[in-house]
Write a protein that binds this ligand. Structure first.
Ligand code: F6P
Length: 566
């Protein structure tokens, strides 16, 4: 009997009842031939002793794999290595050869992907199933970039017409704002996924922006954020977009109220209709706030906040770059979606990059990953990925509610090159900790200064080479570079709207694959709730009646100090 374990919640019990109790009425969902059964859980492995042979690689196996040779040897022994370990997806050329791995490790990682059910869970996401199990809903951001006329079913309903209806409403509105010269400043008020995506993309697509309209992004509840933006705004020519999936986020509502008061003080209540629009899934709260729902752009609970830049949350971006470029952006996402959905794992860039990350985290014990765009326009990309990755996979409980027995999501950080080189690269080259790096660069510049671009790209290639190969200096150990530091280089021809969409989709799918292998739900974020709840409790304690002293002694003293000095 050959048993293949795949993935899924609650299947260990099914295995036990079927194998041990002989319960033949159970819905064994996947039987591949007479002698092969596919079960859906890692945990079931322990039950199989004596019953069959599990053909699987587990996360635990990774730390036992023989360590590959130093990259110097791997390259010296294999002149074709760079070519063999460079894979293309749409316009992205991904060179992963400078990761210390060999064919044995790759084979094990690919086996891990198979046995962890990466294909099953990927297909479940594309089928609109409730992969966000703890919130019992779909995580169907891939539906946001489906071409018009295609079909994507969620809970028995084709959502593609709804997606395109909103896109058309956004396009009509954007065209109006772009054509009429009343509005010259668009202020997006949102936080987290309702800020980081459009703010990052607005900066990334600098050369594609409308010349008359600038966008600002207010996110922080720190009044300094909105103060700086309002000080630089003229009420008559400013449009506010209040972007909040829930329309219940305290930071966003506080900033939106301040902006509303500022506008009404200058232009009167009637001006709100022309200067405020909302992006949300919650029409009732939008109306309660005082924005006419006719001026609201909707989206759906199956779009996670950090996966929403390609929904109506991207309205400010669409106004800036225009509907056509926004459609190119969506088409870029869709190209990578199709690649992820159809390419064999050995040629599937999101799967390969996800597996490299699993090897770093679970095989080698590296805790962090640096994302280093050699593009000033992509300066906010690392911050964007921090939310995408860390809010998705920073989890310690699996789909069955058990504590995981391995590390999950890495700490993501980074800065654009070459700035980072003069700050933290010292540690990357000679520190005691190994930090795997993703370099991102573009062959063509989006500015006229070719000399700058050649210098920039020379630095990218040099850093990748130096990290991988180092330089031996036995005489002066402080000048020795060990090398063998893993890095991946993503190159595209230009940073266009389509390529930006491709890059975002690539990382979204990396997160999905890793979440599957680690067995966590990538689509909820309960970890942010406790802090929010306590802040709500503490806010009234800072003013008014003396606080009840019902926190710990440290928190009580901090509150008391603040109260007496504020
Ligand atoms: O930080 C938690 C979070 O819920 C994020 O997931 C989300 O992107 C952000 O807050 C903003 O939420 P909303 O769009 O509902 O205002």
């Amino acid at each position: 009997l050959r048993v293949v374990l795949v993935t899924g919640a609650g299947k260990a019990d099914v295995v036990r009842r079927w194998l041990i109790d002989g319960d033949s009425s159970l819905p064994i969902s996947r039987v591949a031939g007479d002698d092969t059964i596919v079960f859906l859980d890692h945990a079931a492995a322990s039950l199989l002793d004596g019953y069959g042979q599990a053909t699987m690689t587990t996360l635990d196996d990774l730390s036992d794999l023989p360590r590959p040779a130093h990259l110097r040897e791997l390259f010296a022994d294999d002149p074709g290595r760079a070519e063999r370990y460079t894979t293309t997806a749409a316009d992205l050329r991904v060179d992963w050869s400078k990761n210390p791995i060999d064919d044995t490790v790759i084979a094990s990682l690919l086996s891990l992907a198979e046995t962890s059910g990466v294909a099953v869970r990927r297909d479940a996401m594309f089928a609109g199933e409730h992969v966000n199990v703890f919130e019992d809903r779909a995580a169907a951001h891939v539906a946001l970039r489906m071409p018009k006329g295609s079909t994507f079913m969620i809970d028995g309903v084709d959502v593609v017409p709804d997606v395109h209806e909103v896109l058309e409403k956004m396009a009509a509105f954007s065209d109006r704002v772009r054509a009429d010269d009343t509005i010259t400043h668009v202020v997006n008020i949102g936080i987290g996924g309702s800020d980081l995506g459009p703010a990052m993309a607005y900066q990334a697509l600098r050369p594609f922006r409308h010349e008359r309209i600038r966008c600002s992004f207010v996110s922080n509840v720190d009044g300094a954020d909105i103060d700086a933006v309002l000080a630089d705004s003229d009420p008559a020519s400013t449009l506010f977009i209040v972007a909040s999936k829930t329309f219940g986020t305290i930071e966003t509502l506080t900033n939106a109220r301040t902006a509303r008061t500022w506008l009404v003080d200058a232009l009167g209540e009637a001006a709100v209709a022309d200067h405020f629009v909302a992006v949300s899934t919650n029409a009732e709260r939008v109306a309660d706030f005082g924005i006419d729902t006719a001026n609201m752009f909707g989206f759906w609970d199956w779009v996670g906040g950090r996966y929403s830049v390609d929904s109506a949350i991207g309205l400010s971006l669409m106004i800036a770059i225009g509907p056509d470029a926004f459609h190119d952006f969506l088409a870029g996402f869709h190209q990578i979606d199709e690649h992820f959905r159809t390419a064999p794992f050995a040629e599937n860039v999101p799967v390969l990059m996800a597996l490299l990350g699993v090897w770093w985290a679970n095989g080698l014990g590296y805790d962090t990953k640096a994302v280093l765009p050699y593009s000033n326009d992509l300066a906010r990309f690392p911050a964007y990925l921090q939310q995408l990755d860390m809010e998705s996979n920073g989890k310690s409980v699996d789909l069955d509610g058990r504590r995981v027995q391995h590390h999950t999501g890495p700490i993501i950080w980074g800065e654009p090159g070459t700035n980072g080189q003069h700050a933290f690269y010292q540690l990357l080259h000679q520190g005691t900790r190994v930090v795997p790096c993703d370099f991102i660069g573009f062959v063509k510049a989006e500015h006229p200064y070719q000399e700058h671009h050649d210098l920039l790209m020379a630095n990218l290639f040099a850093q990748s080479e130096a990290l991988a190969f180092g330089r031996t200096n036995d005489a002066e150990p402080h000048r020795n570079f060990e090398g063998n530091r893993p890095n991946t280089v993503i190159l595209a021809e230009r940073l266009t709207p389509s390529v930006l969409g491709q890059l975002i989709a690539l990382y979204e799918h990396i997160v999905h694959v890793q979440g599957t292998i680690w067995g966590v739900n990538s689509y909820d974020q309960w970890g942010v709730e406790l802090g929010k709840e306590l802040a709500n409790q503490i806010t009234p304690e800072l003013v008014g009646e003396p606080s009840p002293d019902d926190h710990d002694s440290s928190t009580n003293a901090l509150i008391a100090h603040y109260r007496s000095h504020r």
